[in-house]
Design a protein around this ligand. Structure first.
Ligand code: PMP
Length: 410
């Protein structure tokens, strides 16, 4: 992969931070945009903008084509059967809430069990806590082992005949672990449960095929895969989407409205109430084109090499603790760590002085923090535009963190 050339497509990667070249290692939070995505949004706003599905006039048609064209790109990108199974949302969080409110509140009953992993992002915890509370269901957790993995024994002991829903991230946003979601979905189905996969940290970095996974629902966010913020995706198998009631009511999602009642539009419009984020969808379509032009297999392989390199270097520093798998095999490009005696916020602030951007905090995964016995961590997360040289800069800066605070001087 010609990363040097690729980096030219991303103007923001050449900015300076405190006199240093930016080293952007916060891709788990959000990714940067290539010129083709920036330009696609500009082109849409300069030439095509209108309210889709509404007007017979020229711009009503061009915006509809742009929006529906993006939906078709998403369908092909994740291997869904029909584009009517692709619902645009704001983000992963909204997609998960849509499933919880529409499917969870209507199909989960008292005493049913909902099973999630301890490493879930809060957006895959809070909606299920709500469903469990309202419906009198039980929320159960699959725990990660010392390596940051969920074993077969663990998921088979938690998913039972009582399980109604299993919801799990394909890649943990803290540990980086790639979970065996295909096996988990299969087992969930054997037990009669519905399976949901959170692809927020996988879809941008590896080939996803929802048909092969056979998952009932799949969710992800555009902004973590080169597109704008405010556009997300919910994939659902048609048979579930058809039986689910709308999540929000309003314009564009109805068939017919009377004083006391309404019938709803066909899929996917039943779940897209009000004016949608068309330029966001356009940006996602352009992002998909860009990712396809490189190839998800190449992206995954390169990120694995990069992560292996970083893991080796970081493990040479004896006062740094790494959480999650210590090898890049079956791990995404995410490394969470702590520096002995230094708060993660201080680590991130000091690294920023070297131009290195990492995240610090609980990463919206407080139950996992508790499970790991920590309050917070720092997190470096990579994308295909990152380089080995950047990892070297990060490691050198990391070696200076304790010195900044006076450790090792006396
Ligand atoms: N799930 C996972 C695994 C994530 O990493 C994130 C974002 N950190 C989310 C869900 C939520 O994504 P968003 O904020 O785009 O809704």
């Amino acid at each position: 992969m010609d990363v040097k050339r690729i980096r030219k497509d991303f103007p923001i990667l050449s900015i300076k931070v405190k006199g240093n070249d930016l080293v952007y290692f916060d891709n788990g939070a959000t990714t940067q945009k290539p010129l083709s995505v920036i330009k696609a949004v500009e082109h849409y706003n300069e030439n095509l903008n209108g309210n889709p599905h509404r007007g017979a006039h020229y711009l009503g048609v061009t915006s509809t084509e742009a929006y529906e064209g993006a939906r078709e790109k998403v369908r092909a990108f994740i291997g869904a059967e029909k584009s009517s199974e692709i619902i645009f949302t704001r983000n992963t969080t909204e997609s998960l809430n849509l499933i919880a409110y529409s499917y969870g509140l209507n199909f989960v009953n008292k005493g049913d069990e909902i099973v999630i992993a301890i490493s879930e992002h809060h957006s895959n915890i809070l909606p299920w806590q709500m469903v469990a509370r309202v419906k009198g269901a039980v929320l159960k957790y699959m725990y990660t082992n010392e390596e940051g993995r969920i074993t077969e024994e663990e998921y088979k002991s938690k998913i039972t005949d009582k399980t109604k829903i299993v919801s799990i991230a394909q890649v943990s946003n803290v540990l980086g672990t790639k979970y065996p979601v295909k096996d988990i979905v299969k087992y969930a189905h054997e037990k009669g449960a519905v399976a949901i996969v959170d692809g927020a940290q996988s879809t941008p970095h590896m080939k996803v095929d929802v048909s092969d996974l056979d998952t009932d629902f799949f969710v992800f966010s555009g902004h973590k895969m080169l597109a704008s913020m405010g556009i997300g995706v919910l994939y659902g198998k048609e048979k579930f989407l058809l039986e689910m009631p709308p999540f929000l009511g309003g314009g564009d999602m109805i068939e017919y409205v009377t004083e006391q009642d309404a019938t709803f539009a066909e899929l996917p419009f039943k779940f897209e109430a009000g004016t949608q984020n068309v330029e966001g969808a356009v940006s996602l379509g352009a992002a998909i084109d860009y990712l396809n032009s490189i190839g998800l297999d190449k992206i995954e392989a390169y990120e694995e090499e990069l992560t292996e390199y970083a893991l080796k270097k970081i493990s040479d520093i004896d006062y740094v603790t790494v959480y999650g798998p210590k090898s890049a095999k079956n791990k995404g490009g995410i490394i969470s760590f702590n520096v002995k005696d230094v708060h993660p916020h201080d680590v991130a602030t000091i690294l920023n002085n070297y131009g290195v951007a990492v995240r610090s905090g609980h990463h919206c995964a407080q139950p996992l923090m508790k499970h790991l016995g920590i309050q917070a961590s720092s997190r470096a997360s990579f994308y295909f535009y990152n380089t080995y040289e950047e990892i070297d800069k990060f490691i050198e800066a990391l070696k200076n963190v304790r010195k900044w605070l006076g450790y090792g001087r006396s």
